[in-house]
Write a protein that binds this ligand. Structure first.
Ligand code: PRX
Length: 630
């Protein structure tokens, strides 16, 4: 039931999902273990906005990810943990072992005061404890807020405060290629502005002997010894919060996207199995970090609820050499491999001998996520990794959507390089023009909205429903606005053209220009900044900052380094600008609005025609900016 194996199946299922969405989703949801079935499949109003799926149903997502596999698959590997250093041993964690570790971790959290509904901040590297901690929260009904372990102390503190977390889980450090990172030091600094946090659980991983604050910090290994593995799952309502995950906004502080238990479980499982055509026994590897939505949905919840073997990789693609991914594929006989265009583009630059050394014949399906994949990278991936025999599943989706939205289905959808192709069943895209009207038909271009709810959509922004409404449901009333532009070609295939708002996608990560600008402005010599994206060979988009200083810098390079450090400290290294141009003014309209269109053109190196500049307060500034372009 609901299984798609051919394009005709897809068409039939798609039709059914549009004509009878409630029947469609209740059939899909029939494949799970519910303590109690729902009273109503869907209730929604995009004007409020309010969306509720499977109301009245009771469940615990971990019973679906763990307990229900124990009868037949207890000894099957749930997680293959591949360490940073290839000379160290991988760990094969069976479903039985994962179940026990999660239950113990859950009891440890309870023993440290965590209750249903509490928010728990998790700031860990890609080690098994990260998976245990996430699932342990879900087991006891606590809300996890995973913060990517590359974020700065200030970013962690903002997220801890916003979510009102009173407990943090971290480690004494992380490996990153040949480097180590002192995560506990970052947490200590963050905690200076988080008086609400009463407990920090520290996994001793590097054994680096970090200072521990008496009364607040406890070691994971001490606490876990005090508990057993008997932890019945908390009964959750389908619409109870499962997690908060922060994503950058086009203005102001990051948004804590709220996902709920029932719909998220159903959708991540369904989309994982459908798009990748997962079959029992497949080894699946998603290279994302669990700190991003891709890791939540497609390293943990989707694959585990499907009973798959999912690889969790601690390292980076370039260390000890550029063959690291391919080596791990050979080692674990990976069948489905899912990565980001930015990784592909950087791997593409290394000599092919790094690929050719390894046996990649286990691969059946390849995936891509995070940003548009350019044709060159698509072709390289297809030819050299897939050897021309593996479909590339270009999955378009977002933190907010929880799961895949527009994507090919492996061996079902005819592919077109760089196209996310067609919507999955249940997904109803509508392309809008700037006046807010839906553009019907094919061979069109516009803004991508979704006009009907799907089970894993975010329900709100934590603590700020008004912002949720304004950001996603106001531009096109009655529709969810994605913030992306797209084309729909003659075959009805979608090609995502990129963000149409002030978000830049750098190496597949969402960054708000406003957030980067305010970080740069923290530098003592900076008056004002405008940040835009520009095309970057590896990262997809790079960050270009136009900066006005109080005092004209005598040593520009030195100031650039200082500004980059400031951004690194405030947000994290991922947000460091690639280019910084010092300017004496910014192109502003008479009402004071920065004309980013002009700055984007300069950053792209396209200064020939900057369009109409007559409405600018000071048109002369444009000539100076053009002349100084980097
Ligand atoms: O612009 C789209 C781009 O990434 C944005 C979502 O970013 P984030 O919430 O961080 O989630 C990333 C992982 C799902 C989208 O609005 N994007 C993501 N996947 C694709 C993409 N753009 C084009 N093609 C994709 N496959």
């Amino acid at each position: 039931m609901n299984v798609i194996r051919t394009f005709e199946d897809y068409q039939e299922q798609y039709k059914k999902s549009i004509e009878h969405p409630e029947n469609f989703w209740s059939e899909v949801a029939g494949n799970f273990y519910w303590r109690k079935k729902w009273d109503k499949v869907l209730e929604w109003d995009f004007h409020k906005p309010e969306v509720k799926w499977f109301q009245g149903a009771k469940l615990n997502i971990t019973e679906n990810c763990l307990d229900r596999h124990l009868t037949k698959h207890a000894n099957q590997t749930a997680i293959i943990w591949e360490p940073n250093n290839p000379d160290d041993d991988a760990k094969h964690i069976t479903y039985q072992q994962l179940f026990e570790e999660v239950c113990k971790t859950a009891n440890m959290l309870k023993a440290n005061g965590v209750k249903k509904g509490d928010r728990v901040c998790i700031y860990l590297p890609m080690i098994p404890e990260l998976a245990y901690a996430v699932l342990a929260c879900a087991r006891i009904g606590a809300v996890h807020s995973v913060v990517f372990a590359g974020f700065s102390a200030k970013s962690v503190a903002d997220r801890v405060q916003d979510a009102g977390c009173n407990i943090v889980i971290t480690s004494d450090g992380a490996h990153r290629g040949e480097k180590t990172i002192n995560l506990k030091g970052i947490i200590d600094q963050a905690m200076e502005s988080c008086p609400g946090v009463s407990c920090v659980i520290v996994k001793e991983y590097l054994k680096s002997g970090v200072p521990m604050k008496t009364g607040r910090d406890v070691y994971w290994h001490d606490e876990i010894q005090k508990v057993n593995a008997d932890c019945p799952a908390e009964e959750m309502d389908a619409e109870d919060m499962l997690f908060i995950l922060y994503t950058s906004g086009s203005t102001g502080k990051p948004k804590g996207m709220v996902h709920t238990c029932g719909g998220y479980m159903v959708y991540t499982n369904y989309t994982f199995k459908t798009a990748f055509q997962y079959h029992e026994g497949h080894v699946y590897w998603c290279t994302a970090d669990i700190g991003w939505i891709t890791g939540h949905s497609y390293i943990l919840y989707g694959p585990l609820s499907a009973g798959a073997t999912t690889v969790m990789f601690e390292g980076i693609p370039s260390w000890p050499d550029w063959g690291r991914f391919w080596q791990a594929i050979e080692r674990h006989k990976v069948n489905i491999f899912y990565t980001a265009p930015t990784a592909i583009r950087s791997l593409q630059q290394a000599p092919l001998s790094f690929v050719e050394k390894y046996d990649l014949s286990s691969l059946k399906v390849l995936g891509s996520v995070g940003e548009p994949i350019n044709e060159e990278a698509w072709n390289w991936y297809d030819k050299n990794i897939g050897k021309g025999k593996c479909p590339i599943i270009d999955t378009w989706w977002q933190t907010e959507t929880g799961g895949f939205m527009i994507t090919p289905i492996a061996n079902v959808t005819k592919l077109k390089p760089a196209h996310a192709t067609l919507p999955l069943p249940g997904v109803q895209p509508a392309v809008m023009n700037e006046s807010g009207l839906e553009i019907e038909g094919n061979n069109i271009e516009g803004r991508l909205t979704i006009k009907f709810p799907w089970p894993s959509m975010a329900r709100t922004i934590y603590g700020d429903h008004q912002r949720f409404k304004e950001t996603y449901f106001s531009s096109f009333p009655g529709k969810y606005f994605t913030g992306d532009g797209c084309k729909r070609d003659n075959d009805g295939y979608y090609r995502i053209t990129g963000r149409v708002d002030d978000i830049i996608i750098v190496s597949g990560h969402n960054l708000g220009t406003a957030e980067i600008e305010s970080a740069i402005d923290e530098h003592a010599n900076v008056i004002e900044t405008a940040v835009v994206g520009f095309p970057h060979d590896i990262k997809g988009q790079g960050i270009y900052a136009f900066v006005i200083c109080y005092e004209k810098p005598t040593e520009e390079e030195k100031l650039r380094v200082e500004i980059k450090d400031t951004v690194s400290k405030i947000i994290g290294p991922i947000a460091k600008p690639d280019k910084i141009q010092f300017v004496s003014g910014l192109p502003k309209t008479r009402s004071g609005k920065i004309m980013r269109r002009i700055l984007r053109k300069v950053a792209e190196g396209d200064t020939g025609n900057l369009g109409d500049t007559t409405t600018l307060l000071d048109p002369a500034v444009v000539d100076e900016i053009k002349a100084g372009a980097l």
